[in-house]
Ligand binder design. Structure first.
Ligand code: 0O2
Length: 220
């Protein structure tokens, strides 16, 4: 790459950063509004907590190169859909699909891609629901739509993903095939826990509903 190309890339990155930061802010604010609404109207929110990040330049460059694209600003807009990323950690499995239904039904964030790694886990054992939503941002030239990746997962799936990432990439010891196999088994065990916790929660809820008269009946 020539020095001129590098200057163009650096200048373009300032704009990329600004635009995707803006899209991320709007998407995070909207998810926080939903979370607060659930907490106020219901006694609990399907959201345990929210994390978010802007992809680092190194990670953007690595992704473009891995997929055989030249590293240009246009190619970032065209091929990297997770420059802005939100991770929503939910308590229960059903909470993930409930949030998915809210996101797919609303008019302002259009879901343009969905990959369900819960129904079909990755070969590593990774589980999460990945959505790409288009977020409108108003800038001086008008309204722009930018993609934001939303990863939805349970606390248990998040525990597995963080430790797997740590073991695979950051641990000082070598990562063997046997380690990978044990991690796949852990992923299945964790999924079993998710299903059982979900059942316990559903059971508890049913018990509660039996004891408490429904709102309408109580008034009569
Ligand atoms: P970051 O935060 O950018 O550094 P890609 O795999 O990136 O070529 P795609 O389609 O975006 O293409 O990938 P995918 O797999 O749908 O989503 C990538 C993200 O999902 C990763 O982000 C991780 O956050 C998560 N992920 C996917 N597979 C695994 C896995 O096996 N283990 C763990 N722990 N996380 C996974 P980046 O790009 O790595 O990170």
């Amino acid at each position: 790459s020539t020095p001129q190309k590098e200057t163009e890339l650096a200048q373009g990155m300032v704009r990329v950063n600004h635009l995707y930061r803006s899209a991320l802010k709007i998407a995070v604010a909207q998810m926080e509004i939903l979370d607060e609404e659930f907490a106020t109207l219901n006694d609990r929110s399907p959201i345990h907590h929210i994390e978010y990040r802007i992809k680092t330049l190194d990670s953007i460059v690595e992704k473009l190169q891995r997929r055989g694209h030249e590293v240009t600003i246009d190619n970032i807009y065209a091929y990297v859909q997770d420059v802005a990323g939100i991770r929503i950690i939910c308590n229960y499995l059903d909470d993930i699909y409930y949030l998915r239904s809210l996101l797919t039904r609303n008019e302002s964030f259009r879901v343009i891609q969905e990959v369900d790694y819960i129904k079909t886990p990755k070969p590593s054992g990774y589980r999460s629901l990945h959505l790409i939503v288009e977020v409108p941002i108003v800038i001086s030239e008008g309204t722009l739509h930018l993609p934001v990746e939303i990863q939805l997962r349970t606390i248990a799936m998040d525990m597995w993903a963080s430790l797997e990432h740590e073991l695979r990439y950051k641990s000082s010891r070598a990562f063997s095939d046997a380690d990978a196999k044990r991690l796949r088994l852990c992923s299945e065990a964790v999924f079993e826990v998710d299903r059982e916790m979900q059942n316990i929660y559903k059971g508890k809820q049913a018990e509660y509903e039996e004891q408490e008269p429904a709102g309408e009946d109580a008034k009569e």
